[in-house]
Design a protein around this ligand. Structure first.
Ligand SMILES: Nc1ncnc2c1ncn2[C@@H]1O[C@H](COP(=O)(O)OP(=O)(O)OP(=O)(O)O)[C@@H](O)[C@H]1O
Ligand SMILES: [Mg+2]
Length: 251
């Protein structure tokens, strides 16, 4: 079983969009997939039309295996289950800080479903926190959407510095360019610079800025399901294949 976290300390960069589409693509390719919505905003639960969990408050998430597994819901798609978000997830950090082994609690919780899935995707909230340290420790790959602009570049570099300071394995980090607008000089220049500086940290696939992706909110379905031949769908599919290959090589 592999764990892929869709993470950035920056908000609104495409974490949920990639989590939802990768989950769909991997499930369609026959992998038993679980998407965990760790963000109290519950965006990926919303896209998959799954109601927020009432019972799975943060305490149960980390302590009560039965409640954790009971909260998992089926989706409209084969091989794809969803662990919906709960508003109490906004208190994860306070809760975790009171626990022993506070940085490896997520790993322990996910162990309970290890045998049931081939891939677990984590849709993470935007922060660097105790929860994110849990994410970095348990994930096999941390997939980071980067909009090719100066501020996103800075955020990615802060993340690299955090990994270094905390002696976390850098090879887990896989950046990819998100919401790319190739007509913008700033975008092409930033991508060139970042590819040169962080060559091995970036995936080749780039996700274009696409209105099909924005429309996911209306359709409440992954873009790969609603517009399979669109450029956005092809990009997410290629991204899924690229990250799967990298993970196969590292195991
Ligand atoms: N490639 C894209 N092209 C156009 N719009 C996009 C693209 N990716 C995401 N969006 C849109 O941008 C908004 C933010 O995307 P998304 O929710 O995936 O980001 P996020 O990083 O999960 O945000 P948050 O930090 O709030 O969780 C959404 O309205 C989404 O539809
Ligand atoms: Mg999100």
């Amino acid at each position: 079983m592999k764990i892929i976290a869709c993470y950035s300390n920056k908000g609104g960069v495409g974490k949920t969009a990639v989590a939802v589409n990768l989950a769909y693509a991997l499930a369609a390719a026959g992998k038993r997939t679980l998407l965990c919505d760790l963000d109290p905003q519950g965006a990926s639960s919303f896209y998959f039309r799954v109601k927020p969990s009432k019972k799975l408050i943060d305490a149960a998430f980390f302590k009560d295996v039965e409640k954790f597994t009971d909260a998992i819901r089926g989706s409209d798609y084969d091989n794809l289950d969803i662990l919906p978000a709960n508003m109490s997830f906004r208190d994860f950090d306070v809760f975790l800080s009171r626990m022993r082994d506070s940085r490896s609690r997520l790993k322990k919780a996910l162990k309970s479903v290890k045998k049931d899935y081939d891939v677990i995707l984590l849709d993470c909230p935007p922060s660097i926190s105790t929860l994110s340290e849990n994410v970095f420790r348990c994930a096999d790959a941390v997939l980071v959407p980067v909009i090719p602009t100066t501020l996103s570049q800075r955020t990615f570099e802060q993340l690299i510095a955090f990994f270094k300071e905390n002696k976390l394995p850098m090879q887990k980090l896989h950046g990819f360019f998100s919401m790319v607008q190739s007509v913008k000089t700033l975008h092409t220049e930033t991508m060139d610079t970042m590819h040169t500086t962080h060559k091995r940290r970036f995936l080749k696939t780039r996700v274009p800025f696409a209105s099909d992706i924005e429309r996911m909110g209306i359709q409440r379905a992954p873009v790969i399901a609603t517009a399979p031949s669109s450029a956005a769908s092809k990009a997410y599919q290629a991204l899924g294949e690229e990250i799967s290959k990298r993970l196969a090589r590292s195991s």
